[in-house]
Design a protein around this ligand. Structure first.
Ligand code: NDP
Length: 282
């Protein structure tokens, strides 16, 4: 059986350290403030918002939710983003995904001040990420690298295969793993035969949102498996990996829940603190 990569445990450890950093900032009169814009009433978003709010409170970060109606216009959204950009006290801004169809997400993201872009989704910060001189990191990718580092899993020279090319997971993770000298392949729906790539992976990341997409026969013996997927399946939360069988082939594996998820929330809080410290020249 593969060794478990315990994201929950690591997230708790890091939260304790982060809390100390926030306490120190507060002692200097600096209060990290994080603003989340949510549009409409997506049920999954509600769960994520609740988790973020609880984590921020535990760590001592002030979080403000801007709940907008599902019929909000692009102009109204841009006007809110501009206000938050200009507000001195705001250190981080994020737009909770998904957004309704009338919203031009790319334009809205581009309107966020890169210095307050906690999700690292503004064009300037995406460019910096690929150039390797970034000051903020996308939460999920940051969480995954933190987990690999904690378990001393080296990426240099390794074959990394990432299933999924979204802007929030697959693409930024590829950029950051490339920066660590891994050889990275990104797979997607048009990839002809997934297993031809996955079988060569030393580190396999599944971020497709498809239960049981990765089966044991697709995995090289001793591979490290990072399951990013969060899917509701047969009344349970499962990842993208057939955990019960893949665990017999892999050397390390993340559980779902309790793997990447807790580290994503924790990493988001770390980005808020990082941007706050940066603003104050720390
Ligand atoms: P998206 O739907 O934006 O992207 C999914 C990606 O997977 C796309 O690139 C898509 O390809 C690819 N894909 C889907 N099905 C297949 C398939 N059968 N074969 C190959 N590629 C496939 O999803 P997200 O990146 O936002 O999220 C992915 C999963 O990760 C979801 O389950 C989500 O809930 C979860 N998630 C978990 C987080 C955590 O903290 N654990 C954080 C963020 C997301 P194409 O581009 O061709 O459409």
């Amino acid at each position: 059986m593969a060794q478990l990569l315990d994201g929950k445990h690591l997230a708790d450890l890091r939260a304790t350290k982060l809390k100390q950093k926030v306490t120190h900032l507060k002692s200097e009169g600096i209060q990290p403030l994080f603003c989340v814009i949510n549009i409409g009433n997506d049920p999954s978003s509600k769960i994520y918002l609740k988790t973020k709010k609880r984590r921020a409170k535990e760590i001592g970060i002030k979080q403000k939710l801007f709940q907008l109606s599902s019929s909000v216009t692009q102009k109204e959204l841009l006007s809110l983003i501009n206000c938050l950009n200009e507000e001195e006290k705001v250190n981080g801004i994020m737009i909770q995904l998904p957004v309704p169809g009338q919203i031009d997400l790319n334009e809205a993201l581009a309107a966020i001040d890169p210095e307050k872009d906690v999700d690292c989704l503004t064009p300037a910060n995406v460019g910096r990420l690929w150039r390797g001189d970034h000051f903020v990191e996308p939460a999920t990718a940051h969480g995954i690298l933190t987990l690999l580092d904690y378990y001393h899993i080296e990426l240099k020279g390794k074959n990394v295969v990432i299933i999924g090319r979204s802007s929030i997971v697959g693409k930024p993770l590829a950029a950051m793993m490339l920066e660590r000298d891994a050889t990275v392949s990104i797979l997607h729906l048009k990839t002809k035969k997934l297993s031809e790539y996955t079988k060569r992976a030393d580190v396999l990341v599944a971020a497709a949102g498809q239960p049981n997409l990765v089966t044991a026969d697709m995995v090289k013996k001793g591979a490290v498996i990072i399951d990013v997927g969060i899917n509701r399946f047969n009344g349970k939360i499962v990842g993208d990996v057939d955990y019960a069988h893949v665990t017999n082939v892999a050397s390390y594996i993340t559980p779902v829940p309790g793997g990447v998820g807790p580290l994503t929330v924790e990493s988001l809080m770390e980005q808020v603190v990082q941007l706050t410290r940066r603003k104050h020249g720390k």
